[in-house]
Design a binder for this molecule. Structure first.
Ligand SMILES: C[S@@+](CC[C@H](N)C(=O)[O-])C[C@H]1O[C@@H](n2cnc3c(N)ncnc32)[C@H](O)[C@@H]1O
Length: 230
């Protein structure tokens, strides 16, 4: 399924903000397909360019609150929201601040999730990949995912829904287990095989040696997990 809310070829997305990619679109499509936005209070936890937050607003959310630690991302998301007349409240700071503004009916997240190897590979990754804080997520890729799963019950209204997108390299089963352990239902609702981008191209040999990616892989599977609060 494709969405009219993003344009991945948009030439004006600066590389100092994460350019919307397949993971952004997969998350948006899952939200739209599930009909989650209309009338909902929505949080977008790691908003980057704001593409997911804007998609929620355009899909009929009652309120959208977005967070990012990167000042340029915050500026970009605010500008884009203004430009299209979308009501999105963008906060500079950690996603964890969302607890102060919640609980929400819907929580959306495309967090950093790429595991980081022992060697500095920054010179091998093209600038078009955007800033490293958009994807680097510790040795197992779970630096943000783990606390986010732990915070899910605090962020969600009763019966609320969280959608998180991440890679097979950052342990899908771990996310499902962490969410279920807190009494939420959790399942993979969307997935896509995508060719390696600049980060995965540089990091795939290490990921395979570390057992985080199947040997000989040429593509990466990205998934969307849906978790529903009781
Ligand atoms: C993979 S990008 C996703 C951007 C956008 N949501 C999208 O789908 O295109 C992750 C974003 O998370 C931001 N980020 C990283 N750590 C964060 C944190 N602790 N709290 C909030 N945002 C964070 C990065 O600055 C980056 O903009």
């Amino acid at each position: 399924m494709t969405s009219a809310y993003t344009d991945f070829d948009a030439p004006d997305i600066a590389v100092d903000v994460y350019p919307p990619q397949e993971d952004s679109q997969l998350l948006i499509d899952a939200m739209v397909q599930a009909g989650l936005a209309p009338g909902a209070r929505v949080a977008d936890l790691c908003t980057g360019s704001g593409v997911v937050a804007l998609a929620a607003a355009m899909a009929g959310a009652k309120e959208v609150t977005a967070f990012d630690i990167c000042p340029k991302a915050v500026q970009r998301a605010r500008q884009d929201a203004l430009a299209v007349g979308a009501r999105v409240d963008v906060h500079r700071g950690s996603w964890a601040r969302a607890v102060e503004f919640g609980p929400f009916d819907v929580v959306l997240a495309n967090p950093p999730y790429v595991p980081v190897g022992p060697e500095d590979d920054s010179d091998a990754i093209a600038a078009e990949a955007g800033p490293s804080q958009a994807w680097n997520a510790g040795p197992d890729g779970r630096l943000v995912l783990d606390p986010m799963c732990a915070a899910a019950p605090l962020l969600l209204e009763e019966g609320g829904t969280m959608l998180i997108v991440h890679s097979e390299c950052s342990n899908v089963q771990h996310t499902l287990s962490a969410l279920r352990a807190q009494g939420m239902s959790a399942e993979v609702v969307a997935q896509q095989l995508i060719p390696f981008g600049p980060v995965m191209t540089a990091r795939a040999p290490w990921l395979m040696r570390a057992g985080l990616l199947s040997p000989g892989s040429r593509c990466e599977r990205i998934i969307v997990i849906r978790a529903d609060a009781p």
